[in-house]
Design a protein around this ligand. Sequence first.
Ligand code: G1P
Ligand code: ZN
Length: 542
Amino acid sequence: MTVVSTRPFEGQRPGTSGLRKKVAVFKQPGYLENFVQSVFDSLEGYQGQTLVVGGDGRYWNDQAIQVILRMAAANGFGRILVGQDGILSTPAASCVIRKYKAFGGLILSASHNPGGPDGDFGIKYNIGNGGPAPEKVTEDIYARSQTITEYRSLEAADVDLARLGKTQLGGAEVEVIDSVSDYADLMGHLFDFDRIKAMFASGAFRMRFDAMHAVTGPYARTILEDILGAPPGTAMNAVPLPDFGGGHPDPNPVYADQLMAEMFGAKAPDFGAASDGDGDRNMIVGKRFVVTPSDSLAVLAANAHLVPGYAKGIRGVARSMPTSRAADRVAEAMGIECFETPTGWKFFGNLLDAGRVTLCGEESYGTSSDHVREKDGLWAVLFWLNLLAKRGESVEAILRDHWRRFGRNYYSRHDYDGLDTAVANDLMNALRAALPGLPGSRVGELTVESADDFSYTDPIDGSVSSKQGLRIGFAGGSRVVFRLSGTGTEGATLRVYLERFEPDPSRHDIEPQEALADIIQAAEALAGIKTRTGREKADVVT
Ligand code: G1P
Ligand code: ZN
């Protein structure tokens, strides 16, 4: 064992989802080591216990894993489960932590951020329930990282990550496990695989899944093609690459443009889906028809009883604050609880653990349930496949029926990327300062009904998270939310979330940007985005 002296690095505070920095930052000697040691130092009682380690396969994944294995062994973990070739999708890591009752896990991912030597890298700690560490843990880790003086490691050869099986590393046993099988088993218990298989076997149903050269390639091939019998090639871009083929592995209509072209083309398949860098996000598309993530959550909630794993009914739903309120309407109709949490999956953990909710979702292409404690891309795809097989209707028909029953929540998010941090902070501070005076005032044709800076009190442990986004509600149920991203690695990203409720089915066919035009204008009038940032329009509209 070696004890190495070190000095703190600035800025090791985990963001919305772990610590994310440029690869070059992570590669500084001691940078990763400091953070990992800070994680271990802020935990208690892990001696002899199990740690799960895996990542999304991005550039530097394999080297970082070797560092972590040596450090985990030197710090006294008894057993370390690591995905083959260092690969575990984020939901698969959550599944493995839960299944083997591990103490926790380290997941290496920067999600949908680009990879490669000039791209991003990331690491996050998940606790024993399989979910992201809550804020009190991440704050402890950060505090520790600011005073750290040494880290522990081992002098040992690299573990062969390609070969399944056990190796001794110092006092720990390292086991390389199949990255897919535990996760595939869990999916088989939740969904009616026979029914989905029959749908593919009929030949009348075609789908495309875009793995975006990221981690879900092998998962999609095994589950969709090998187990469910979808034709080979159903999963496209299915070979994971360390730089994701130079792309931006974020499943939205902008970045998954290859899939979108197909879904809107002449011979469009019936169903399309995509997932992100680490496999926790999902995008659902019908034939020439886009499903917003907020709507997807609402549809899954309304139809959960049709799926074996949820046939007994769902207990409640939770959505992040900026997510549209489509799911709230379903929860109300079903007479179940609905929770509004801050952005980030870590806020769902307590509600799931306490059995208060079964389904959760975020507008940022994240959906999942209590089967793991992360969002889960392929799970959502399989849920949709199960619904399509059971209802025998198209994606579009299911959505139109849903809107007829519950009304339609038109929704869009406008992102302004790479802003000067000071400019972005000024914009938010000015708007925050104006909030108290807004209720009752008119912005264009709209009347402000409410305005606040979202603060959340966790109903289970009472912890308070403040400054979680500025929300402005208008008479009639429309709303705009402003937030700064907590996952970026360069400058600031301003997210503007727009929503309008439309109960009238004869008005469910409007193009969303058009349906939201007055709210988009109001957002500009309230925040002065153009004048403050100099940007004429958003970089990414989803
Ligand atoms: C973004 C999304 C958020 C999601 C997170 C991790 O965070 O908005 O919903 O949980 O990525 O995937 P943000 O960059 O907005 O802080
Ligand atoms: Zn992700």
